[in-house]
Ligand binder design. Sequence first.
Ligand code: ADP
Ligand code: MG
Ligand code: ZN
Length: 613
Amino acid sequence: MTDSPQDKPTPRVPQQRWADVFIFSLLLFALLTFFDSGDRDGAEIAYSEFKQLLRDDEIVSVNIRGDRITGAFRASINDRTEFVTTFPPMEDTDLFPLLEQNDVVVRVSSAEQSVWTLVLVNLLPWMLLIGLFMMSSRVLRGGGKGFPGGVFSFTKSKARMTRGEDIKVGYDDIAGLKHAKEDLAEVIDFLRNPDKYRKIGARIPKGILLIGPPGTGKTLLARATAAEAGVPFFSITGSEFVEMFVGVGASRVRDMYKQAREVAPALIFIDEIDSVGRARSSVAGISNDEREQTLNQILAEMDGFTGDEAIVVIAATNRPDVLDTALTRPGRFDRKVVLDLPQREARLEILKVHARKVTMDASVDLETIAAGTVGFSGADLANLINEAALLAAREGKDKVDQSYLERARDKVVLGEQREALLTEEERKRTAYHEAGHALTAFHMPYADELRKVSIIPRGLALGYTEQTPKEDKLNYGQHYLEDRIAIMLGGRCAEKLVFDEVSSGAANDLRQATELARHMVSEWGMNEGIGPLSFQNADQSYPGHELLIRKDYSEHTAELIDAEVSKLVRSSEERTMAVLKEHRDQLDLIAAALQDRESLTDSDIHELLQVQK
Ligand code: ADP
Ligand code: MG
Ligand code: ZN
């Protein structure tokens, strides 16, 4: 990877002084219009009218100031006692005789001040217009320039500093994540004891990148690391940088590092670094000054470390794939720590950690919950425990028992229960639909265990069929996936079989089945016709720019893929249909039980079909 010229961090952001001037002028303008308003109370009259009034002896005094003449009427005219008029540019020789003749009091003030006033008053609206124009054009370009330093201090670091001893979480509060904790143990030791490392000349990594899906404990881990090391913790979130004005992010970064240097050893945490550290795109039209400047500043600060400072920077992201390669170069965030979604064992531990905080009934079985929460992140599990506690409290209980945990799990997984007013016909149709899914899952050889079937509406769904994977799977075999498609089509097939028509209720099932089939055919090499080739769809990471990314296969291949996807889904439908036809009696049994009891567990179904589990 070669350096592009952009990769060079710019040491300082140019200060946009004009912005200060702009704000200052705005205030001045407001002030001037305020003070100047004395002039403006009078009625504006024409010079000729003024002369006529003078001749008619209607005017008692005038005040001449530059080319402005203000004055007072003898008696109010149209409710006005004062007037304003403007001197014509040419000389008016009979004005002064006229004034004297009528015994008008004449005052002349120095024009000096008013020239300034006039200049400013005349110029400022233009400055305002130009300023606004410049600002809006910057904002439109996707960045917007800021007001660095100066009148309003937008640039003060928004980083929150917490003293290590004030952080309430330690490594004890983090369950699982054994590898990540081990990786960070070295950092903790270094921050506690930088001299030990300095003496021997060891270079500790300056930047550590925490990578993991949302809710896996990245932020938690960073905080706990500072707490364990007992050093100040500075944290800032990448998305905070993406504000309206360019240059703010960069100076915030500068400020934060400055503060950290003053109190070193310290730990700096940059959360969601992908929102500033996205690969700088060369696609025309996607430019973002703010992001780029902030990123450059982060890099410049890291490059500026002389190994003596005991400052460690931890950054977190859930999109490592979009990060700019400049970030991960040696000397920057060159150490990566990956946080995975917790496996069953870890889920149980996380549940236990959070269960400590609520009063649990002695009989609760967290194992079952851990088994039924495949794909949950740490945050989801924490949320589950809290939901259960909320439910129990709402119903006036003083302990959380298993039923609340199960309900909380269902709520997190499937959404809130919903009162849906279904007609008897709709209920029957839903019952057959879900029974179709369940029965297919029951008979397909590679399918996951059934967990629960229900026709209680939740979220957007009228019913649901849930399965529990035997173990947490990271990799799926072709047979398993084919059975998945068959199960997805089970609902629709049952409707077709029983009611001789299908309903729109299967739309979601069909979309999922089609998507899965397309992945199998075009990306995972699971189709004979296409062979072991991978044809990715357009990159989704830049929404709205999919069209800019070239499709890297021919029209012919596209047609072939479409045909194979269709073949795969259709053959799955046939398999499902065959199963349901063969076990039509069982389908009726389950559907009837569902209409009767609304929800069935896997043991209910085994009992119903009179088979041993
Ligand atoms: P991330 O930053 O990766 O999105 P967070 O660190 O914000 O995730 O995690 C959110 C919450 O989830 C934490 O405050 C904590 O309550 C819980 N959590 C996540 N992972 C764990 C874990 N391994 N052990 C205990 N709690 C966890
Ligand atoms: Mg986080
Ligand atoms: Zn369905």
